[in-house]
Design a protein around this ligand. Structure first.
Ligand SMILES: Cc1ncc(COP(=O)(O)O)c(C=O)c1O
Length: 381
């Protein structure tokens, strides 16, 4: 049986058109974009061409886009970049952010900044009243993700952004998981910084981007050359930038179609589970109204996450326990904990995330395999 990959929220296969563009750059261009000769100018044209395509796709100015080494770097650049532009103060984030934000915030706390980690409701959504209550005189930055990588819950970032703007507070949004699923027009959003990553949208690993609204402060993290207008030193990743631009273009253009496909795939999986183990035998974690269509986080009470994952893997099915960083360990997800799920849901949650190449037939097969495994494991207990 061909292996079935249901871990697209961790990383995605590179789209053939992206690979084609990258191959062309890798084999035909090797200049350094900072060099003044023809080779350098050609490289610069490639990087800036990629920047223009991304800016046009996301509705921002080209000079508002900074290429980085991935989503983690983008998050760090935004948070430290905003914080180090001033001295001290209060930052608000949420308990369900990716570790790229949470661990950066812990570091800022060590540096003397004051942090509030907002709780979420049972579906993983930020409650606006809590946010308002947390605001302080010295609050200068809010960081809330657009969509959660473990349960797919989409946050009310427009409302949060408006609150921030009214008070002159900077607003960072981690959109790494949302790009390609949630429409994004940066010029219309009350957002100052937004993080992106190519490998979540069928682009290459190791390249990302940060939107920095014109006028928003940004103290650089990397010191060296004056690349990216002094905001991110280091020779540009030519092939990565070109591939990322193609991936963004495809993701934005194909958004509606992919949304429908993702819903269909989810529907097949859930219908299969209903017919097999029955609706009472599983629980969906996340928000039924505000959620990414390609991420479905399901708990199977009575079956341990790691055991189910291992059994699925033996059947050639790749799923995950949540964020890639924690999936290697048995640690319970900080996101599910923040949602205050019952213990039996916490210990048995699996994230299925679909994408390029998945079929409805695969989803039917997966539901049947889950039925066999769950029935076997439950009897054993
Ligand atoms: C919401 C979110 N933010 C940030 C990251 C980190 O991105 P990268 O893997 O490109 O460093 C991820 C990756 O899982 C993510 O899901």
């Amino acid at each position: 049986m061909k292996p079935i990959y249901l871990d697209h929220a961790a990383s995605t296969p590179v789209h053939p058109e992206v690979a084609e563009v990258m191959m062309k750059v890798m084999t035909e261009q090797f200049g350094n974009a900072s060099s003044v000769h023809t080779f350098g100018r050609s490289a610069k044209k490639t990087v800036n061409g990629a920047r223009d395509v991304i800016a046009a796709s996301l509705g921002c100015f080209s000079d508002e886009w900074v290429f980085t080494g991935g989503g983690t770097e983008s998050d760090n650049l935004a948070l430290f970049g905003a914080a180090h532009s001033r001295k001290g103060g209060h930052i608000i984030t949420t308990a369900i952010e990716h570790h790229a934000v949470l661990h950066a915030c812990r570091e800022l706390e060590k540096e003397g900044y004051s942090l509030t980690y907002l709780p979420v409701d049972g579906t993983g959504r930020v409650v606006l009243e809590y946010l308002e209550a947390a605001l302080r005189e010295d609050t200068f930055l809010i960081s809330v993700m657009l969509a959660n990588n473990e349960v797919g819950t989409v946050q009310p970032i427009e409302e949060i952004g408006r609150l921030a703007r009214e008070r002159g507070i900077l607003f960072h949004v981690d959109a790494v998981q949302a790009l390609g699923s949630v429409p994004i027009t940066l010029s219309a959003l009350p957002v100052d910084y937004m993080s992106f990553s190519a490998h979540k949208i069928n682009g290459p690993q190791g390249i990302g981007g940060l939107y920095v609204r014109r006028g928003a402060p940004l103290h650089p993290r990397m010191h060296g050359g004056l690349q990216e207008k002094g905001r991110r030193a280091g020779t540009e990743n030519l092939a990565g930038a070109a591939g990322f631009a193609k991936a963004v273009e495809l993701a934005v253009k194909g958004q509606t179609g992919r949304h429908e496909e993702s819903l269909l795939l989810r529907d097949r999986l859930l219908r299969g589970l209903d017919q097999g183990i029955g609706r009472d035998a599983y629980h969906i974690n996340g928000n039924p109204e505000y959620g990414l269509p390609h991420i479905t986080n399901i708990s199977f009470p009575g079956v341990r996450t790691d055991v189910l994952l291992m059994n699925l893997d033996m059947e050639g099915i790749a799923a995950s326990s949540g964020s890639a960083c924690t999936s290697g360990s048995l640690e319970i997800s900080h996101v599910l904990k923040a949602m205050k799920l019952r213990d039996e849901y916490l210990n048995s949650a699996i994230r299925f995330s679909t994408g390029l190449g998945n079929t409805t037939e695969e989803m039917e097969l997966v539901s049947r395999k889950i039925e066999t495994i769950v029935n076997r494991l439950r009897i054993k207990d």
